[in-house]
Design a protein around this ligand. Structure first.
Ligand SMILES: Nc1ncnc2c1ncn2[C@@H]1O[C@H](COP(=O)(O)OP(=O)(O)OP(=O)(O)O)[C@@H](O)[C@H]1O
Ligand SMILES: [Mg+2]
Length: 449
């Protein structure tokens, strides 16, 4: 039920909502007794800061809840030191922040003298949940918060918690995590011993994407079925239910467009011209709808690098999907998947540090560089993604763009990610000179070499 519905119920039945004490105690103990041995570690590391809640956001089904489970398993404390509460559990139906201290009392009765680390899941189910979090921080507790992306927008969290939350984004699996989930070793010599297996896994990773659940099932039909379900979930729950857009057909068309145009340019102007022909539409609506998809973590839009802020804003974006598996429902193709996977890995890189940014670059003469990596205000690297450079034309196109950008942007670190070509070359084009490194995608994703 949505927040409004909850509100309505509470107004109707003022004081009769009471916590089922026994039920709650059973719930707390049951979680402590649960077997978490199938819960696998993730790369996201959170450093707890006193007085701040750790807020985990991210796409649906990325593993946020399991991240909390993993903390219980190996967070460095005894299992009983954690209090995991899933506010969508029927036990907490119609709960308000006022009832929250009672839950803590009940924990105290079970474990006298212990102060729990709070793991609060699906917090959006409690109206004014931020009061609960602030209260917990005030009494000195360590708090982790997560929930469904549809109601927990990062900006909203920041404003609700009034600066008392630090936000972390958990994405679907990196390729390293994917291999770990599938039990394939790649560290040290194993990278070479297991080379055929790793490359086959990379093909699968690109084809079916990187959701944890997908990594854990073998059957192709099942994988696709799960993906379809996830996609519907994002569209239905995260976009349609949250934003209640009037033009539902347009949302579906934008999804269709995204599935067919990932790793390509998205220009609001041309998109507007395309959709306007099919019915009444303002550009504002179109921009808003695209933003809904972005806020729901269905798509990502990459800006062009330019010293001029204005140009950055008006230039077309590049569109990437949250998961390459969704490409199965659109125009799937290995080159796009490679570029999209590189984008997602770079997105993880930016999420790990507040002073990292990524852009694409394009010159007036249409030289293009897929990714410009910026760190602490300086351009750190220029990156191209190209399946193969065996065609002389492809190679010269990619290389020329890199060399040109290298001069214009003053960056000497140049890389081309390929499927299998590897090496380093000193290259020159019209007086633009530079050393270009070629690296296969699997190595780049695994950070080898
Ligand atoms: N660390 C993990 N170890 C093992 N399996 C995992 C892990 N993370 C996720 N999974 C699998 O993926 C599924 C979805 O994960 P989870 O429920 O944690 O996602 P979520 O981000 O909380 O999703 P939602 O936004 O829908 O609440 C789990 O049911 C489990 O099968
Ligand atoms: Mg969850």
């Amino acid at each position: 039920m949505d927040t409004k519905g909850n509100q309505f119920l509470r107004n109707m039945v003022p004081n009769i909502v009471m916590i089922d004490r026994n039920g709650l105690k059973r719930y707390i103990v049951e979680i402590h007794e649960r077997d978490f041995k199938d819960v696998k570690p993730r790369e996201l590391t959170i450093k707890t800061v006193k007085g701040k809640a750790n807020v985990i956001i991210g796409p649906r089904r990325a593993g946020k809840t399991y991240y909390l489970f993993h903390l219980m398993r190996e967070g460095g404390r005894e299992r009983e030191d954690y209090l995991y509460l899933d506010f969508e559990h029927p036990l907490f139906y119609a709960l308000t922040p006022k009832d929250f201290p009672k839950i803590l009392d009940m924990y105290e009765e079970l474990y006298p003298g212990r102060k729990p680390i709070l793991l609060l899941d699906e917090v959006q189910a409690v109206p004014d949940w931020e009061r609960m979090v602030r209260y917990s921080l005030d009494i000195g507790s360590t708090v982790y918060v997560t929930g469904s992306s549809s109601r927990l927008l990062s900006q909203e969290i920041a404003s609700h918690l009034r600066g008392r939350g630090l936000t972390y984004t958990l994405m679907p699996l990196s390729f390293r995590e994917y291999l770990d989930f599938r039990g394939i070793k790649y560290r040290g010599r194993d990278a070479y011993g297991n080379y055929p297996l790793i490359v086959r896994s990379l093909e699968e990773y690109l084809r079916y994407g990187s959701y944890p659940e997908i990594a854990l099932v073998e059957d192709e039909g099942v994988k696709l079925r799960i993906l379809k379900e996830y996609l519907d979930l994002v569209v239905r729950r995260d976009v349609l239910e949250r934003y209640r857009p009037r033009n539902r057909r347009l949302i579906n068309e934008l999804i269709y467009f995204s599935l067919n145009s990932y790793s390509r340019y998205l220009s609001f102007d041309s998109l507007y011209r395309l959709f306007k022909r099919r019915g009444k539409l303002t550009k504002r609506t179109l921009i808003n709808y695209v933003r809904y998809l972005e806020e729901s973590f269905a798509i990502f839009l990459l800006e062009r690098y330019s010293p001029s802020v204005k140009e950055r804003i008006v230039a077309p974006r590049k569109l990437y999907l949250v998961d390459t598996g969704y490409g199965n429902f659109g125009a799937k193709d290995i080159s796009r998947d490679m570029e999209n996977a590189v984008f997602l890995e770079l997105f993880r890189w930016t999420s790990a540090h507040p002073l990292r940014r990524i852009y694409y670059w394009r010159s007036r003469t249409d030289h293009e560089v897929d990714f410009v990596l910026v760190e602490k205000g300086k351009i750190a690297e220029l990156l191209q993604v190209s399946f193969s450079l065996s065609g002389e034309r492809t190679k010269s196109r990619e290389v020329r763009s890199l060399l040109k950008a290298s001069r214009v942007l003053g960056c000497k670190k140049l890389e081309i990610i390929t499927w299998e070509e590897e090496g380093e070359e000193e290259l020159e084009w019209w007086g633009n000179r530079g050393k270009v490194r070629f690296i296969p995608l699997w190595k780049w994703l695994l950070k080898i070499g």
